[in-house]
Design a protein around this ligand. Structure first.
Ligand SMILES: [Zn+2]
Length: 101
């Protein structure tokens, strides 16, 4: 949760948004929905899209590159994991789920 903390301090709304989405994904639907409603994001999806793009850049910029596996690990084959690319591919699988819905 270290990255989430950094996000929350650097950009209050981005952190709140990410936290709300994680709550929803974790199954805390009521809390997640309440958090999203605090800033009336349901009726202002333009703002949400901006935050989403920031979150996306943040994840790829900081997180993914730090644990980028070697080229030998075929990045598009998420099922084939060795101990070098395990963390990366676990994250990539999750991100894929988020993008494709
Ligand atoms: Zn590997």
């Amino acid at each position: 949760m270290r990255h989430l903390k950094i996000t929350a301090t650097k950009n209050y709304k981005r952190g709140k948004y990410l936290y709300a989405i994680l709550k929803l994904l974790a199954g805390d639907h009521v809390e997640g929905m309440n958090l999203l409603d605090v800033h009336k994001w349901r009726s202002n999806t333009y703002v949400v899209d901006k935050l989403w793009n920031q979150v996306k850049r943040y994840f790829y910029g900081m997180n993914m590159i730090l644990i980028m596996p070697p080229r030998a690990c075929e990045l598009n084959k998420l099922e084939n994991r060795c101990n070098k690319c395990f963390y990366y591919k676990e994250m990539a699988r999750f991100m894929e789920l988020v993008y494709r819905g």
